[in-house]
Design a protein around this ligand. Structure first.
Ligand code: IPM
Ligand code: MG
Length: 357
């Protein structure tokens, strides 16, 4: 029996999680998936409830669960809330508290969606990149940080970009192991021409590489990587990078696939306990309208089955079902192109129907 915690969050989060829950319940009743579902508040909805974006009760449930499925957090409603209590802080804290340092963000192009990519179809044909982003260190968490007033009365904002060699080494091991299971090509992205942190990063990645001689390692500066991603994305297999560079590059990579509404992610600790979430945000502008795409969240279930619940066969089934509904021409508005769009819940139903076949 595995405990799975659902954290719907804000914006379109509750709608996409509702569809994912239907899929999980279906896997439970039809395929004997042995799980118990719980649900808790995070982000703005938790702030509204208890003035805390990550209430103790949620953190406790998260610690006890075997896997977590998160919708999204945040929204303009919370722009004026002090930084420590913003919805995003709840997400950053749960990542840190659970030590979910390894963030896997696949960017895969579904053939029939090539037209939705912002790049020419021939550039993104068969696109399949895995971005491995360090998630609990770097400038997101480095101390000191803050806004101070200098002696001359001028205010100054400051953050600290730090990585120690253990942090680099553990994420590098994850990336090399993933590369071994894919096309054995790893590109480590840094800014070693300017930053000492990157100099150390490179050195550590090089030394970890000695244990993975079957993987071809290259290094690239982040500015060049951003350019190469939109110039010739198929040159990449696995991309390893730090927290902030990974945040930026994974959004760019996502857009290459046509829709950020299609992409799942996993954030894992050293034992492969994980939190799974669509990489899109809370999209407050379309929240509550039953038009959001639930497929990224449903594909996050597939990642959960694969990485944390050890159910590879069910993971394959979910992915095949999603491919099936796309191949059948079913589209939510974000990927509609010249199809007519169906709603969030209709898309969830379609996946369940495809799973039943
Ligand atoms: C992401 C998001 C988060 C991040 C925000 C919401 C804190 O952009 O998961 O990529 O920057 O990590
Ligand atoms: Mg981001």
């Amino acid at each position: 029996m595995n405990n799975v915690l659902l954290l719907p969050g804000d914006g379109i989060g509750p709608e996409v999680i509702a569809e994912a829950k239907k899929v999980l319940l279906h896997l439970q009743s039809e395929y004997g998936l042995n799980i118990e579902l719980e649900e808790a508040l995070i982000g703005g909805s938790a702030y509204d409830d208890a003035k805390d974006p990550l209430p103790d009760a949620t953190l406790e449930l998260a610690k006890q669960s075997d896997a977590i499925l998160l919708g999204a957090v945040g929204g303009p409603k919370y722009d004026a809330v002090e930084r420590e209590l913003r919805p995003e802080k709840g997400l950053l804290r749960i990542r840190a508290e659970l030590d979910l340092f390894a963030n896997l963000r696949p960017a895969i192009l579904y053939k029939s969606l090539a037209g939705a990519s912002s790049l020419k179809p021939e550039l993104v044909a068969d696109l399949d990149i895995m971005i491995v982003r360090e998630l609990t260190g770097g400038i997101y968490f480095g101390q000191p940080r803050g806004i101070r007033t200098l002696d001359n009365g001028v205010r100054q904002g400051f953050n600290t970009l730090v990585y120690d060699e253990n942090e680099v080494s553990r994420i590098a091991h994850v990336a090399f192991r993933i590369a071994q299971k894919r096309n054995a090509k790893l590109c480590s992205v840094d800014k070693a021409n300017v930053l000492e942190v990157s100099e150390l990063w490179r050195e550590v990645v090089e030394s970890v590489h000695s244990g993975y001689s079957d993987v071809a390692l290259s290094h690239m500066y982040v500015d060049n990587a951003a350019m190469q991603l939109v110039r010739e994305p198929n040159q990449f297999d696995v991309v390893l990078t730090g927290n902030m560079f990974g945040d930026i590059l994974s959004d760019a990579a996502a857009m290459l696939t046509g829709s950020i509404g299609m992409l799942p992610s996993a954030s894992l600790d050293k034992n492969d306990k994980g939190m799974y979430e669509p990489i899109h945000g809370s999209a407050p502008d379309i929240a509550g309208k039953n038009i959001a795409n639930p497929l990224a969240t449903i594909l996050s279930i597939a990642m959960m089955l694969r990485y944390s619940l050890d159910k590879k066969d069910l993971a394959d089934r979910v992915e095949v079902a999603v491919q099936q509904v796309i191949a059948n021409g079913l589209r939510t508005a974000d990927i509609a192109d010249n199809h007519s769009a169906i709603g969030t819940s209709q898309m969830g139903d379609a996946v369940i129907e495809a799973l039943s076949q």
